[in-house]
Design a protein around this ligand. Structure first.
Ligand code: KG4
Ligand code: ZN
Length: 346
């Protein structure tokens, strides 16, 4: 079974083709991505209307190149999966509209996929996929959650952010330091030449005893430091960046370890854009090695948004019998969509 996946929830247009053979982990045949980051950079953040218009321009050429690279024809596609939410409404509508139009024209069913489930299952695209059950640390630009994952569709939220997401903490702090959008990778790069202990920054909810996160206070603390430094900011920028990254990483690390303790599980899956962070990976790897816990990540280039994870999540849901792709081509999108609202197995 060939599943074509389309991602258009925010500022990347992604298309991919995945092959499902029996019960084996579905195999990625090809994928293509267009990032709008350069386009939005001039505005310091994503401009939703520009995002939608660019998705319209990119999605079909990307689909054509994915099919050409895989050596398959459009007519061979069995299911068209697309990101139904959460995300920007207009951007989501482009992917949903194209997927449903393709489905109707090909007389093939379509399947709306949850973007976060895509991130969550993205480590299955790697050469060394995880086994269930595992603890998942989902750290994207808009979401930060710890989950207990017993199988496809079996997600129990253990804790989540009560305000900003980890990616937002990176991005907003980076903006305060005058770094370009999206700030996460820039702040990470700058941190390499800075001292993690130069500035004392808060580790919100570190000792709260639960698995929730809060990052809004950290951003305020960074702002206070930026104001205090004034003209001295430039000379201290890499130290402030490194101290900020250290604060975010420490909270993510400690809470992940607490989630492993609480569940007794010996496997951790890290997914979402912040999962690309080198310092986070180093710290998680070291702490988990000590405890005999295996850590799985998506491949670096599949940490941020892409079509492969959407094709994969769609393929795994169909394979698990959780969902029948629909041959009704009326569509809606869900800009807000809790992950634990998805259908699960009986
Ligand atoms: O998962 P993603 O592509 O988009 C959402 O679904 O939100 O995540 C994007 C987020 C942004 O906040 C970006 O700054 C962050 O991931 N990010 C990073 C790194 N690479 C991407 N944050 C820290 N270090 C990185 N290397
Ligand atoms: Zn994402």
């Amino acid at each position: 079974m060939l599943v074509l996946g389309i991602e258009s929830s925010c500022d990347e247009t992604g298309v991919a083709l995945v092959d499902v053979q029996g019960a084996a982990v579905p195999r990625l045949l090809s994928h293509a991505l267009h990032s709008q980051i350069a386009m939005h950079q001039a505005y310091g953040g994503v401009v939703p209307e520009l995002a939608s218009r660019d998705h319209i321009r990119r999605v079909l050429p990307l689909a054509q190149s994915v099919l050409a690279e895989s050596g398959h024809d459009l007519g061979e596609v069995d299911v068209v999966a697309y990101t139904r939410g959460p995300g920007l409404a207009g951007a989501l509508l482009v992917g949903a509209g194209v997927a449903c139009a393709l489905g109707a024209a090909l007389e093939r069913p379509v399947l709306g996929v949850h973007h976060l489930e895509g991130h969550l299952l993205s480590p299955f695209l790697s050469a060394d996929p995880p086994e269930f059950p595992f603890v998942a640390l989902l750290v994207s630009g808009g979401h930060t959650q710890l989950m207990e994952v017993d199988g496809v569709g079996h997600y129990k939220v253990l804790g989540e952010t009560i305000d900003d997401a980890a990616g937002e903490a990176f991005d907003k702090s980076a903006k305060l330091l005058g770094l370009p959008y999206p700030g996460g990778p820039w702040l990470a790069k700058l941190s390499e030449s800075g001292s993690e202990t130069a500035f004392k920054l808060p580790r919100p909810l570190l000792h709260s005893g639960d698995l929730d996160f809060s990052f809004a206070g950290l951003k305020t603390a960074v702002l206070t430091q930026v104001r205090k430094l004034g003209d001295e900011l430039e000379a201290n920028k890499s130290d402030l960046a490194a101290s900020t990254q250290a604060a975010i990483v420490e909270v993510l690390l400690k809470k992940s370890l607490a989630a492993l303790d609480r569940t007794g599980l010996k496997r951790l899956v890290v997914a979402g854009g912040v999962g690309a962070n080198k310092r986070l990976r180093e710290q998680l790897n070291a702490a988990c090695a000590k405890r005999g816990v295996r850590v799985h990540y998506p491949e670096l280039h599949l940490c941020t948004d892409n079509g492969a994870m959407i094709a994969m999540a769609g393929a795994m849901r169909v394979q698990a019998g959780l969902e029948q792709p629909q041959s009704r081509y009326a569509f809606d999108v869900k800009p807000r969509w809790p992950l634990d609202a998805l259908p699960v197995a009986a």
